[in-house]
Design a protein around this ligand. Structure first.
Ligand code: ZN
Ligand code: ZN
Length: 353
């Protein structure tokens, strides 16, 4: 049985499956791309053929413009198996954002799984992560340090609603990433009993509409831009992280600036960004979820990408697994939205707000 190292390679464009002739989440346009999910640093435009889950393809269309992901788009439902050249390929939910998938590949009896980004806590906007037994498991490590433990999201949303009740004359503006975090936050706010309007920065509306079209109801959403200032007193407004400290936020009434991100665990970081109410809500696995996943998948070998590789490799080795740092370049940090936003700006027109 060939070791996955012999057929799954790190090339400048990204991770390449040689016998299948395809890249996974390539950072440049390629002939054949398989995409784990629609975040801008994983899903770039301009490929030849693109294979992804129906949800991911739909969101790519919304963000890039219809048909801009590639000349040919091929949807692959969760659990459906196809053969690309001699490689069997299928996808299972990754629990990260709507449409997010782990990509499983099997060649000559050897199986590798690329999980993309993932989390293990329930998310009302997407299907839960399903562990797949494999020989090599490729994992992210965005929060791959023992200090990162995300609290239950319902508790974070309760803190937000408590603050809204405490300051009925102020606008609560919550920074959140446009794809995934925003819709999850809205669902969590609805589940906590808030059925009034939620106001959105213009950049957040298109993906919300796409989620609703795919069966995730989000309730009464209104553009923050056209709302009268008086209407925004006591309101909840969601905006991209880049907008909350921007001139855009001046229209709000004495705003309480909040940010929903796994990085809000780091108090100095929240302080430095001027965040009054940090909400620790992440779409990435925390340290415990990463370790749990290594146990659940039970692969003898772990390839780590995206973040803090060293600690997770060390932990994998302590579990008796071989660990390897995959030096893939070009992936941004969606929680921080720095590089991911830059990639967005390069690939899609951001609606003026
Ligand atoms: Zn990512
Ligand atoms: Zn992502």
């Amino acid at each position: 049985m060939p070791h996955p190292e012999t057929w799954l390679k790190v090339l400048p464009d990204g991770l390449y499956c040689e016998p299948g002739g395809f890249f996974i989440d390539p950072v440049n346009p390629v002939e054949r791309a398989l995409i784990t999910h629609a975040h801008a640093d994983h899903a770039r435009p301009g490929h030849g053929a693109v294979l992804a889950s129906p949800g991911t393809l739909a969101i790519m269309d919304v963000r890039m413009g219809e048909g801009r992901s590639g000349r040919v788009q091929q949807p692959l439902g969760y659990g459906e198996v196809i053969t690309l050249d001699s490689v069997r390929v299928w996808m299972q939910p990754a629990g990260h954002v709507l449409g997010s998938a782990q990509i499983a590949m099997e060649w000559q009896g050897s199986r590798a799984v690329v999980s993309g980004d993932y989390k293990r806590v329930p998310d009302p906007t997407c299907l839960p992560f399903e562990p797949i037994a494999c020989d090599v498991f490729v994992t992210e490590a965005t929060f791959g340090l023992p200090v990162f433990r995300h609290p239950p999201p319902a508790g974070e949303v309760a803190r937000l609603l408590d603050s809204v009740a405490l300051f009925p004359g102020r606008t609560h503006v919550v920074g959140c990433y446009a794809l995934g975090k925003c819709q999850r936050l809205i669902r969590l706010i609805r589940e906590a009993g808030w059925d009034g309007p939620i106001y959105l920065h213009g950049a957040l509306m298109p993906v919300c509409r796409a989620y609703e079209a795919m069966g995730v109801p989000l309730g009464d959403l209104r553009p923050a831009t056209v709302a009268a200032k008086a209407e925004l007193a006591g309101a909840i407004v969601l905006a991209p992280p880049s907008a909350i400290a921007d001139r855009w936020a001046r229209r709000l009434v004495d705003p309480v600036v909040c940010l929903a991100s796994g990085w809000m665990r780091v108090r100095q970081r929240a302080k430095a960004k001027g965040i009054e109410l940090p909400l620790v809500i992440s779409d990435h696995a925390d340290w415990d979820e990463l370790l749990q996943t290594l146990t659940d998948v039970d692969a003898p070998e772990i390839w780590v990408t995206h973040g803090r590789e060293e600690a997770l490799i060390h932990a994998a080795e302590a579990q008796g697994r071989r660990g390897r740092a995959l030096r893939l370049v070009g992936y941004g940090d969606e929680e921080e939205e720095g590089e991911a936003l830059a990639a967005d700006a390069a690939s899609a027109p951001v609606p003026a707000a």
